[in-house]
Write a protein that binds this ligand. Sequence first.
Ligand code: NAD
Ligand code: LMR
Length: 339
Amino acid sequence: MRPSMSLIRSASRVARRTYSTESVPQRKVAVLGAGGGIGQPLALLMKLNPLVSHLSLYDIAGTPGVAADVSHINTRSEVKGYAGEEHLAAALEGCDVVIIPAGVPRKPGMTRDDLFNINAGIVKSLTTAIAKYCPHAIINMISNPVNSIVPIASEVLKKAGVYDEKKLFGVTTLDVVRAKTFYAGKAGVPVAEVNVPVVGGHAGVTILPLFSQATPKANLSNDYIEALTKRTQDGGTEVVEAKAGKGSATLSMAYAGALFADACLKGLNGVPDVVECSFVQSSITELPFFASKVRLGKNGVEEVLDLGPLSDYEKEGLEKLKPELKSSIEKGIKFANQS
Ligand code: NAD
Ligand code: LMR
């Protein structure tokens, strides 16, 4: 049997087994932007997740088709599709986790920040609705530019009086997924065993993989480490260019988004020692938001872990990323408070 088929069959076996176990809590998960390039495969992967009991698929258009399609898969969750703003309340009510890949993707030659003008408004209105209809939900922000979008959401939630810094996450898992893949290739170690923290933010030099902490250890030269760092930082651009105008990473992002949402659900369900990197409110540097390893628990963030020992190259990278990350955060905060 091909590995992908065996994975899907075992996921659905686990789903059936888990469904009959009454101790697994009911969890409603919404995907906002579910009709898009990321949204559709993410909907599929969340449908395969046995921790989800209700899957709510929302977009401005096209979701009934995606929902009807995904709903035929014989796994635990009940699927509902919602199209159009008038259905947003129903899509969100009772949600435990809301995943947001709504917004426009890059084309070649654009930076993530070039998406700000369109995506900031989209995320602001979706977060306003979350504040109203499911204020206690965990939010997984995928829309770019993540470095500004998360601060926007925090301000919107603060204004609504429902901000809980433990529940707002910028999804940076794709950077970790890439760092693991690229490291395994160069180090010649099994990719499934690799761990690499990626810290900072989610754009260019703000993406800082900490290969000095990578396991299994490998004796890579400084040139290799620099090349791996650059490839991880430019991973999104590599896909944007290869897609040549047809968008950015969707399939690998759906995989990464599903991994991160699964970690949040495990944390909510009380599974111990769930640790993932994410862009969160933070005091481990002087910046108010920063991606680092985060321990997830019943209330979202349980602990923001510090950076650990850095190589000289990583220390330099950390200082280099701060001005850009600071200005992206400030841009988001300013937008939320002006508009
Ligand atoms: P896409 O254009 O294929 O899909 C976006 C979807 O959002 C569309 O279906 C659209 O109808 C929907 N949408 C637009 N406005 C909406 C609204 N107000 N409410 C609900 N849905 C709305 O784009 P994509 O490839 O899926 O990418 C989505 C976003 O994710 C982009 O901003 C992209 O840059 C970002 N992204 C982030 C990462 C990451 O690592 N965090 C990785 C890849 C892509
Ligand atoms: C990525 O890292 O793939 C995403 O942020 C999409 C992009 O624009 O690069």
